[in-house]
Ligand binder design. Structure first.
Ligand SMILES: Nc1ncnc2c1ncn2[C@@H]1O[C@H](COP(=O)(O)OP(=O)(O)OP(=O)(O)O)[C@@H](O)[C@H]1O
Ligand SMILES: [Mg+2]
Length: 172
């Protein structure tokens, strides 16, 4: 797959900004024997801080696998993922859980909303789990920006695909 996410070299006058996330020599395999799939085959990639980066490729080319490894949801079989220069591929499960709760947001291809919770409860779930305070002004602002105000008491099976996506995107 193609993973061209690096920036061009900065002119000397500009400070060099380190990428926020890097993958070095990433390999990921699924299955064994005849059913073995090489999902990532030696991927080197860097994500610039403060930029939107799109990863494109055919279905089955490894985009989700790459993102799961980059976000610490899964481990590469070979290679290292760095977030802010920390080698997260070596982190314990407890350290990865904390990293995902505090530093990484993830919108899954299937939204993974909790079916028994309302849209508002789903949005606030990471804060609830972390026993962190809710910034109500910020919550109100982003809920209005994405147009979820009238849907906050609805459960996921009562949300449209777009509203589910918005709920999931607001989780972090
Ligand atoms: N849990 C798994 N077990 C076995 N094979 C898997 C698993 N997850 C992914 N694969 C295989 O790994 C390859 C990469 O899959 P991946 O889901 O990363 O692709 P993708 O680029 O995200 O595809 P899509 O565009 O369809 O979402 C595919 O061949 C897929 O069948
Ligand atoms: Mg995918």
């Amino acid at each position: 797959m193609v993973t061209e996410a690096t920036e061009e070299a900065s002119p000397q006058s500009e400070p060099i900004i380190l990428p926020i996330a890097r993958g070095v020599g990433l390999h990921k395999y699924y299955g064994t024997g005849e059913t073995r799939v090489v999902a990532l085959d030696g991927i080197d990639v860097a994500f610039a801080r403060g930029r939107l980066t799109a990863i494109m490729g055919p279905s089955g080319s490894g985009k989700s696998t790459l993102m799961h490894c980059m976000a610490g949801l899964d481990r590469p079989d070979e290679g290292t993922v760095y977030i802010e220069d920390q080698p997260i591929s070596t982190f314990s499960q407890a350290a990865l859980t904390k990293l995902r709760r505090t530093q990484i947001g993830f919108v899954f291809q299937s939204f993974n909303l909790i079916p028994t919770l309302t849209a508002e409860e789903n949005i606030l779930l990471p804060l609830t789990l972390a026993r962190a305070d809710v910034d109500r002004d910020w919550f109100d602002l982003i809920v209005d920006v994405v147009g979820l105000r009238d849907r906050l008491t609805h459960r996921p099976d009562e949300l449209s695909g777009g509203s589910s996506s918005a709920s999931r995107a607001l989780v972090h």
